[in-house]
Design a protein around this ligand. Structure first.
Ligand SMILES: Cc1cc2nc3c(=O)[nH]c(=O)nc-3n(C[C@H](O)[C@H](O)[C@H](O)COP(=O)(O)OP(=O)(O)OC[C@H]3O[C@@H](n4cnc5c(N)ncnc54)[C@H](O)[C@@H]3O)c2cc1C
Length: 357
């Protein structure tokens, strides 16, 4: 069992450098006929009557007209937030971390097979071993930790030489009131941001793309389509928000003001209901458009010793001997497979060679 302040997350995606995939995706899109215009958007023209975006003006004064726009301009929210003035719902009363420092270090010859997320007195730190380098970072609350304290905590924890100076980032957790307004849909950080404790931003980009494909297969849409898109997006963000808040709410640290605040804070009613239902029924009730399933919720409830008052009556359907046999079988299977497994570095070099060939 892990100590309460350390979660270790196995995460394949991060063992490959994202820039490699970005290049492959760019080549693929261009081969399908996507036209790339690599320019800075300096101005967005919004028609007064319809409140629709009609064109983008680039910094070299050239124009791009369009009838529909996808805003993926990150935290700047150039189209949806700046041009269409869609308000931002701020969740920082529940998600108090609002800053991060990120730094790359030389890779370890024997990289760990997982991302490590480790709590510190005013937030948490990550360590992501890639093949060519290691990504390190610290996420913290500016209300409870100075930038200098965060920098020292990060640099003191590094085990390999730095490859660059630490990069500072600040953010406001929350989401845009509507992800789709007029003729513009925002996806990714332009639509909202939840701190990276569960690495959810790219997953939310993917579900937004899937939703665009599902709801706009022909490019035609009605007000209902737009409403549906906005309702689903809001639910998805709120459910991820609740799951991340749970990590903070259930903490058991007594050594610092931030963790004390998080333990005592009021939580969204949707999360309170989910927690109460687990206490009462020993079941994790699924909600529509929820990215994290039963196993994820159970890992956090159980990891923090937040347990139901009684077990679920359905558990009596399985005789104890049958359960013991199943668990023994699982234990033996895992033990056998791990004995046969090659070292992580060896697997990575084999796997990437075959994936790239
Ligand atoms: C500390 C931290 C850790 C994170 N960790 C994770 C993680 O573990 N997993 C995960 O899935 N996500 C993580 N994220 C989120 C991650 O950054 C996003 O998933 C990813 O960057 C995709 O976001 P995006 O495309 O919406 O925005 P960005 O990556 O910010 O891209 C926005 C782009 O828009 C461009 N742009 C902005 N303004 C203009 C303009 N006027 N004209 C033209 N172009 C413009 C920018 O130059 C940029 O290229 C993390 C974020 C932070 C801050």
């Amino acid at each position: 069992k892990k100590p309460a302040n350390q979660l270790e997350v196995f995460d394949w995606a991060y063992h490959f450098d994202a820039s490699l995939f970005a290049d492959l995706m760019k080549k693929h899109a261009l081969s399908l006929g996507v036209k790339l215009i690599d320019k800075q958007v300096a101005q967005v023209t919004v028609e007064q009557d319809s409140q629709h975006i009609s064109q983008l003006v680039f910094s070299d004064s050239t124009l791009l007209k369009g009838d529909f726009f996808i805003d993926c301009s990150g935290f700047k929210g150039v189209l949806l937030q700046q041009a269409l003035n869609v308000p931002y719902i701020n969740w920082s009363q529940w998600l108090v971390c609002d800053r991060a420092l990120a730094v790359q270090t030389q890779s370890n010859k024997q990289p760990a097979a997982r991302t490590i997320a480790k709590a510190h007195s005013a937030g948490w730190q990550w360590k992501i071993p890639l093949q060519n380098r290691t990504g390190n970072g610290i996420v913290y609350s500016s209300k409870f930790c100075s930038d200098q304290q965060a920098l020292s905590a990060l640099t003191d924890s590094l085990t390999e030489p730095m490859l660059n100076a630490p990069k500072a980032l600040s953010f406001t957790p929350g989401r845009c009131k509507q992800a789709w307004q007029s003729n513009c849909i925002a996806i990714g950080l332009a639509a909202g941001f939840l701190e990276p404790l569960e690495s959810t931003s790219i997953a939310l980009v993917e579900t937004a793309i899937a939703r665009i494909q599902q709801l706009l297969p022909t490019g035609q849409y009605t007000e209902q389509t737009q409403q549906q898109f906005n309702d689903i997006t809001a639910l998805e963000y709120e459910h991820v928000r609740d799951f991340i808040i749970l990590h903070y709410k259930l903490n058991q640290r007594t050594d610092s003001a931030m963790w004390q605040y998080c333990r005592d804070m009021d939580i969204p009613p949707t999360l309170a209901e989910k927690m109460q239902a687990f206490k009462d029924t020993a079941d994790v009730l699924p909600r529509a458009w929820e990215m994290f399933g039963k196993d994820s919720w159970l890992a956090i409830f159980d990891g923090f010793n937040y347990l139901p008052e009684q077990y679920h009556p359905r558990a009596d359907n399985m005789p104890a001997q049958c359960l013991i046999e199943q668990l023994n079988f699982m234990q033996n299977t895992v033990a056998t497979l791990t004995q046969q497994t090659s070292a992580h570095s060896e697997f990575l070099s084999k796997f990437t060679k075959s994936a790239c060939s």
